[in-house]
Design a binder for this molecule. Structure first.
Ligand code: DQA
Length: 143
């Protein structure tokens, strides 16, 4: 089975982007880490886009293929009602969707304290660096 690990805008810059906040490792290191931690027979399908439409299309794909989702919506977290509606399509279909954040947005700027995604997510994990994703894998029973 497969798990979609979807990453939103600017997360392609991990490793060089604010390493004090997000760490020094990049997305390919995250892909390796999750592949190591995944249960036998679980394929990690990790993707990143800066494009809201592409991310929404991937959530539609999750619905159509009944694939669990680990989603780091990045800055879309705080304002994208379109992404929220797409996330709701996933959980309303009974498919788990875990919202993850590398940092703890609640300990940062006020605009990061609001998530328009959380209310339609199965659950939220934030503040544990790349381990937020590892914990999410466990949350969907694939860790
Ligand atoms: C983030 C937190 C968001 O506020 C920010 O816009 C990001 C990354 C995180 O993983 O900590 O791009 O989602």
């Amino acid at each position: 089975s497969r798990v979609l690990v979807l990453n939103g805008p600017n997360l392609g810059r991990l490793g060089s982007r604010e390493p004090d906040v997000y760490g020094a490792q990049d997305l390919s290191a995250l892909r390796v880490l999750l592949s190591e931690k995944a249960a036998t027979g679980t394929e990690i399908d990790l993707r990143q886009t800066d494009d809201e439409a592409e991310l929404i299309g991937w959530l539609h794909e999750a619905v159509d293929t009944e694939t669990p989702v680990i989603l780091n919506p990045a800055a879309f977290t705080h304002y994208s009602y379109a992404l929220r509606d797409a996330a709701k399509l996933v959980t309303a279909a009974g498919i788990p969707l875990i919202e993850v954040h590398i940092s703890n947005p609640h300990a940062r700027e006020t605009f990061r304290h609001t998530s328009v995604i959380s209310a339609v997510a199965t659950g939220v994990i934030a503040g544990f660096g790349f381990d937020s994703y590892v914990l999410a894998l466990s949350a969907v029973g694939r860790g």
